[in-house]
Design a protein around this ligand. Structure first.
Ligand code: ADP
Length: 153
């Protein structure tokens, strides 16, 4: 099974949507390998958002991510990276389709509820960035055959 990193952004806590968003991932059939609350720092965000370093909104995005704590999730499931990105929807909440997390809860390009890893390489790096090995748990739901065919997990 694959693992991916999700951050519930500061606005998600402000708007009391943590349970709603975690619930969407769980109801889909993904399970939690790790979950914790963190106050992010400028240094960590400069690394995490290095691909945005030349954008005019770089510092603003980092400041928004430090406004209050975030919740970091490590989610596990077959094809978890792609499944989670599909559930989140495209970056701009105003353009994200209804039914996606961003489409249902965001009116903003920046304040878009969640971060989710965009590929296997970034997922591995991001999980290691936000979780120590002992904060991740290797367990499986007892009812996997209710969620998957026998050759899917
Ligand atoms: P995603 O989070 O969908 O993978 P990016 O990695 O491109 O998107 O951007 C990281 C974050 O930076 C976005 O989630 C969003 O909060 C912010 N961001 C990206 N592009 C813009 C933009 N044009 N205006 C404002 N904020 C942006």
């Amino acid at each position: 099974m694959e693992r991916t990193l999700v951050l519930l952004k500061p606005g998600t806590l402000q708007r009391a949507l943590v349970g709603e968003v975690v619930s969407r991932f769980e109801r889909k059939g993904l399970h939690l390998a790790g979950m914790k609350m963190m106050q992010l720092t400028d240094a960590l965000l400069s690394e995490h958002y290095a691909h945005l370093a030349d954008k005019p909104f770089f510092q603003r995005v980092k400041d928004s991510m430090m406004a209050n704590p975030v919740i970091a999730l490590c989610l596990e499931g077959t094809d978890a990276i792609e499944v989670v990105r599909t559930l989140c929807g495209p970056t701009n909440g105003r353009k994200a389709p209804a039914g996606t997390i961003r489409g249902d809860f965001s009116m903003s390009f920046q304040e878009n509820i969640v971060h989710a890893s965009d590929g296997p390489d970034t997922a591995a790096v991001e999980i290691a960035r936000f979780f120590r090995p002992e904060e991740l748990f290797d367990w499986k739901p007892n009812n996997l055959l209710a969620t998957y065919a026998c050759d899917e997990y």
